[in-house]
Design a protein around this ligand. Structure first.
Ligand code: NAD
Length: 288
């Protein structure tokens, strides 16, 4: 089983928290990376964010300056989707909305070469549905990293109904070559981790809504007594409430409105206010 050739170009669509992290991981593994974002200036901002993170590592003596420069040279901002034509692997990490992802994959299909693999970093949406309607749904699969992608080892390799086994094997081997710990999953709502994690957020939010304790106390209890690295509220602030709420809503809808997965009104209000967590400076906690 072999992964993407080291000389293969990796394209990343969406230069937010996840896309930037994935671009860094691929560049660290030696690939040339094309980073594209539909929002003006976002890809440049994503690239600068990666370089600022690498500068910190250099300052701490954890990364030789030469390596930082080589890595920086491997990440290029792509001016348009068309510029991704030469990529052997495209990883989509845009907004968690099925119809938007489907539009991007339909456009991509017209641009990339027939042997290019198209992967989605979706947290919860059906890979089968993302691939449906394409001429070649067999080359589409989930490649689901966790936040922050350069740090977190686990990667879910998600099979849609039409995904080709060889494509899944290549993604598995590629993730291993990138120093990750891949696991195969199928396209069930939320896959493995985001399914199992739903009650962690939902019960935390319910406890808060029932005034059982405040946010800081609930987080501290889960960290100290529960043994979790982060409590539910600090973790939701890290993930982004827009993303976390979209994932819960998608899992809820996919399980035919099973009340176990009902989204929280409190979180809906945070999204409406634009209090998205760390990325907007305010969520359950204040980061300004
Ligand atoms: P984000 O909001 O930080 O970034 C998304 C980026 O996509 C933005 O820069 C936006 O401009 C861009 N974008 C939106 N629509 C686009 C389009 N049509 N074409 C090109 N670019 C477009 O979001 P994120 O947290 O990086 O999440 C991205 C994806 O990764 C989502 O599918 C999410 O579910 C998934 N994911 C998120 C996390 C997390 O913890 N945040 C973890 C794993 C997976």
């Amino acid at each position: 089983m072999s992964g993407l050739p080291k000389t293969g170009i990796v394209a990343v669509i969406g230069a937010g928290a996840m896309g930037s992290g994935i671009a860094q991981v691929a560049a660290q593994a030696g690939h040339g990376v094309l980073l594209y974002d539909a929002m003006e200036g976002a890809a440049e901002k994503g690239r600068s964010g990666i370089l600022a993170g690498l500068d910190k590592l250099v300052a701490k003596g954890k990364l030789p300056a030469q390596e930082r420069d080589a890595l920086a040279a491997r990440i290029t901002v792509a001016p348009s989707l068309d510029a991704l034509a030469g990529a052997g692997l495209v990883v989509e990490a845009i907004v968690e909305r099925l119809e938007v992802k489907r539009q991007v994959f339909a456009a991509l299909e017209q641009i990339v070469t027939p042997d290019s693999i198209l992967a989605s970093n979706t947290s919860s949406l059906s890979i089968t549905a993302i691939a449906a309607g394409l001429k070649h749904p067999e080359r589409v699969a989930g490649l689901h990293f966790f936040n922050p992608a350069p740090v977190m080892k686990l990667v879910e390799i998600v099979a849609g109904l039409a995904s080709d086994r060889a494509v899944l094997d290549t993604l598995f081997a590629t993730a291993e070559a990138w120093g990750k710990v891949p696991v195969h999953a199928t396209s069930t709502p939320g896959f493995i981790v985001n399914r199992v994690a739903r009650p962690f957020y939902a019960e935390g939010l319910r406890l808060l809504e029932e005034s059982a304790a405040d946010v800081a106390t609930l987080d501290a209890v889960m960290r100290e007594a529960g043994g979790f690295r982060m409590g539910p509220f600090e973790l939701m602030d890290l993930i982004g409430h827009d993303v976390n709420f979209a994932v819960t809503s998608s899992v809820f809808q996919s399980y035919f409105c099973d009340p176990r997965y009902r989204p929280s009104l409190t979180q809906q209000e945070l999204v409406a206010a634009g209090w998205l967590g760390r990325k907007s400076g305010r969520g359950f906690y204040d980061y300004t």
